[in-house]
Design a protein around this ligand. Structure first.
Ligand code: HEC
Length: 246
């Protein structure tokens, strides 16, 4: 037993240290997967800005249409921007070799990225791009340092620069620590509008990583209702059985 407890403690400590040391997650997504409007807006941003480089190979257009309450015509007119068919998988034309050649690294498939990274990570990633002349593509990212992906949504967010301060830790090693951003060019959106757009986009990625979650959540109130009725009946039964027990 003792060994098991030590093992569990060690495991949780190691996963905690990975989470703390690995990436810089400073904002929360606060997305709402039950909002169909938000999912539709997120899907639109995804199709317009992300699908050039990121496939969603485990998702099909007709499934998205069904889950987002869109007819085939609505889906094909507003969300499918290529010559893909309604029943097709959300694949992209760019091959991995082309991605490696053009960006140094291919953009990964994003169907289940919300499961792999978590929604807060994704949200932070999409708000934490900053201009950095030292990078080949001119951009860097606090959450995924030296990311090969440029800031695709910069026209909405505008351009920010990051300030760092040098701090010395207790072992005498110097580290650059992020202090704040300076906004050096305004975007087409305010910071709140930009965050709402990113929230919708992350919401769509969250949905996509587990479409069944929508169905599961719609069952939840019925399950709770059943459990409460059942508890009530069980209680009544108990009262009845114990009536003669003195
Ligand atoms: C011009 C091509 C391109 C476009 C367009 C693009 N990305 Fe990327 N993306 C990349 C590349 C390349 C990487 C790999 C970055 C790396 O690992 O250094 C990447 C990485 C990512 C990652 C990190 C994956 C991981 O876990 O490491 C996420 C999340 C992501 N992109 C989301 C998006 C979203 C959302 C959009 C639309 C707003 C988008 N990308 C548009 C090229 C692109």
């Amino acid at each position: 037993m003792k060994k098991i407890i030590i093992l569990l403690l060690a495991l949780s400590a190691s996963s905690m240290s990975i989470a703390a040391g690995d990436s810089f997650v400073n904002e929360k997504a606060h997305n709402n997967i039950r909002s169909t409007d938000s999912l539709r807006r997120g899907a639109k941003t995804y199709m317009n800005y992300c699908m050039g480089c990121h496939s969603m190979n485990f998702q099909r257009y007709n499934r998205v249409a069904k889950d987002l309450d869109l007819t085939e015509d609505e889906m094909m007119e507003s969300l499918v921007l290529t010559d893909a068919k309604f029943v097709d998988k959300m694949e992209i034309a760019m091959t991995e070799e082309q991605g490696n050649k053009w960006f140094g690294k291919a953009g990964p498939d994003l169907t289940v990225i919300a499961k792999a990274r978590g929604v807060d990570w994704l949200f932070s990633y999409l708000v934490n791009f900053y201009q950095d002349e030292k990078q080949a593509n001119g951009w860097n990212n606090l959450t995924l340092p030296n990311a090969a992906m440029p800031h695709i949504l910069w026209e909405m967010q505008g351009i920010q620069k990051a300030n760092f301060v040098v701090e010395t830790d207790k072992d005498g090693n110097e580290h650059e620590v992020f202090k704040n951003f300076d906004q050096i060019a305004e975007g087409s959106m305010s910071q709140e509008e930009y965050r709402d757009t990113v929230r919708d986009l992350v919401n769509f990625l969250d949905y996509s990583s587990e479409p069944a979650k929508l169905i599961r959540m719609s069952y939840a109130p019925w399950v709770l209702l059943f459990v409460s009725i059942f508890t009530f009946l069980a209680y009544m039964l108990k009262v009845n059985y114990f009536r003669d027990v003195h």
